[in-house]
Write a protein that binds this ligand. Sequence first.
Ligand SMILES: Cc1ncc(COP(=O)(O)O)c(C=O)c1O
Length: 440
Amino acid sequence: MQNEHRATARNTRRTFLQSTGAMAAGLCLAKTANAADAPLAVKGGAKAVTVSHDDATTWPRYGTEEEQAVLELVRRPDYGPIEAFEKEWKEQFKVPYCKAHYNGTSAITAMFFALNLPPGSEIMVPCSTFWATIMPMRFFGLVPVFVDVHPRTMNFDVEDAKRRLTKNTKAVFPVHYLGLPADMDHISDFARQKGLIVLEDACHAHGASLHGKPMGTWGRMACFSFQASKPLPAIEGGMGNYQNREDYERAATLGHYECPPKFAAGSEYAKYHGTGLGMKLRMHPMAAALARCQLKKLTSQNGAGIAQTRRLNDRLIRLPGLYEQQNRPDVERVFYNQNRFLFNESEAGMSRETCIKALRAEGVSVGAAGPQFQCDHPAYHEPQWWHHPPVIADHYAGAEELTRRGISLPYFTKDVPELIDQYIVAFEKVWARRKELANS
Ligand SMILES: Cc1ncc(COP(=O)(O)O)c(C=O)c1O
């Protein structure tokens, strides 16, 4: 996904200045009441946001540890980091089997291969996601069935999935979009009742959990991306989690010619040693070296980002008509790429366009943002690419609502307490004058 907010500036390590941040916040917020009374920037007043955004959203943030790990490989080329990373990943996520892949897309491709389903089998996917959740199905004769996304979470809507069930439905493949866990408890109940396989696209959600159970461990198989923008960035890379040996061995046979000798005795896939069945999807060892460093920091990096985003969002959601991409308290989400909100025009008393214009004038980096809607893409409509055509409905009410309501703010990956406080001032200033804005 393109990141409209991310700066290209060089990395610095994230240093969250807890105490100085709090002091700055106190001083800044003391000025809030006056600032909210100041004339709107869109009407010629002074901007609320004066602190630079430079480097506030830089990602990844690599340091000397990552530099040394890569340098070591340059000096002594070796594949060792891949196996070391898989071992550490398995321990951290407590999954019985995992396989590092070239990227998230290849992890998904191998997962579809591992399903070993007959052509024509339907897999339910959210209508809003990155293409890689869906496109590799075509290699195996699988049929994507596009399910609506919930207008409050942007995630797979299990109630809509119930309406789209057919005798050919074999699996559900939700995405934890922008780091917010999908309703895996309800989805798993539905799948159990209907005898469906549960899969997970956890490419945005490294370290997120629902009821304390990590995303990527709910499904029979799950995949992760380590592409540069992701919560665990290795510039490029992917991982598959597998709950059973058969899936792991089949997934690791496609694209990993070196793997079959490591399979359990008697594996039916052992004989494919030295073929990769025509593909080579091995993770680059430099990516594995970077991923090992980032895995150690995953919890702290996620935690710092969550803390700072909460400081902003906890104030913004008090404003009428402004909602987070969230609807239940029992998820531990992570943030990835951007900080998405939903805007209700009638409750806010102004149009989204007017609001964005006023916020931008105040110096806020904000834009209208819809779902990553897949169904209109020609590649899903041309029969030449598919054994069986994708199942696409005429309307997706949830996705349409998200198109009308979404607004996107930056996800700040550096400690920027003054910038956060200026954002709060800008929003409160615009909301204080929303009647005036709506009438102008
Ligand atoms: C939801 C989702 N699934 C899968 C992928 C594919 O991951 P990769 O880019 O590592 O191939 C992405 C990448 O952005 C993604 O956003």
